[in-house]
Write a protein that binds this ligand. Structure first.
Ligand code: XBP
Ligand code: MG
Length: 252
């Protein structure tokens, strides 16, 4: 019997739908402010999301001819401004947590499961979301906040999950990752974790090979979830519970 000891949470797209109305808007604000003639509309941003990391995403857009050439220093400055705009948008409280996130976080915390974050986003962007959407008590409740450039290779590389588990001293076989994207799922699986995926509008059509469960959302007693992939044949999942996570740890 494998025990569920740790849950590592992805941030963007998983804790909250931050990409379309948060990060994307903040990038565009930074472009306008710097006099850069580029707007990332909703569709374009979806294409750019194949690259994780905001600085890397700008470099990718430059390479494919979407944005004019910028130096590494200019990219870093733009990204710092984008992060400030993002923090301000989050502080307005416009982006709520996704369904089931608070319920499962609280249930897992009460059950003594070690909780952590493994994200590609910048630490100060993560801090803003915790403070304004989750609540400051979660700075202490998460045992690790692994974010951004702390590892050289971002998702889909396994590095950020490996770093978080190393900090916590937990074994991947006893750890479950919650993700929303193909890159995130690949990262978790490459690090040897179990993985549950909650899709969103940007990731619905992506591939989640090796995921233990793919759902429309974690859900609530009054919000039913859609099961999009259920390889271990979990029965009766009106909404996702800690019991489901425990069953998945032992599924073959
Ligand atoms: C999502 C990302 C990030 C954000 C933007 O991270 O790839 O790059 O889009 O944040 P995750 P930054 O799903 O792993 O939470 O601009 O701070 O990189
Ligand atoms: Mg994500």
């Amino acid at each position: 019997m494998v025990e569920l000891k740790c849950i590592l949470w992805d941030v963007d797209g998983t804790l909250a739908d931050t990409e379309r109305d948060g990060h994307r808007v903040a990038f565009n604000m930074a472009f306008v402010e710097a006099g850069i003639d580029r707007e990332w509309d909703i569709k374009t941003y979806g294409e750019l999301l194949t690259v994780t990391g905001g600085k890397e995403r700008m470099r990718f857009d430059i390479k494919r001819g979407g944005m004019a050439e910028l130096s590494d220093e200019q990219i870093a400055t733009l990204h710092a401004r984008k992060t400030i705009h993002y923090q301000a948008l989050i502080a307005e409280g416009r982006i709520p947590l996704r369904s089931g996130v608070r319920r499962l976080l609280e249930e897992a915390y009460e059950a003594g499961i070690v909780l952590g974050v493994a994200t590609t986003t910048t630490p100060s962007a993560l801090d803003a979301l915790i403070k304004h959407s989750l609540g400051s008590e979660w700075f202490d409740r998460f045992a690790v906040l692994a974010a951004g450039d702390i590892v050289p290779a971002k998702k889909p590389a396994p590095d950020i999950y490996q770093y978080a588990m190393q900090q916590l001293g937990v074994d991947p076989t006893q750890t479950l990752a919650l993700e929303d994207s193909e890159n995130g799922c690949k990262s978790a699986i490459a690090a040897g974790l179990h993985c549950v995926v909650t899709v969103n509008d940007y990731t619905r059509e992506q591939h989640f090979d090796g995921a233990d469960l793919v759902v429309s959302e974690l859900g609530e007693p009054e919000i039913d979830v859609k099961l999009l992939a259920n390889p271990h044949d979990l029965q009766a999942v009106p909404y996702v519970t800690l019991e489901h996570f425990k069953l998945l740890m032992n599924a073959v």
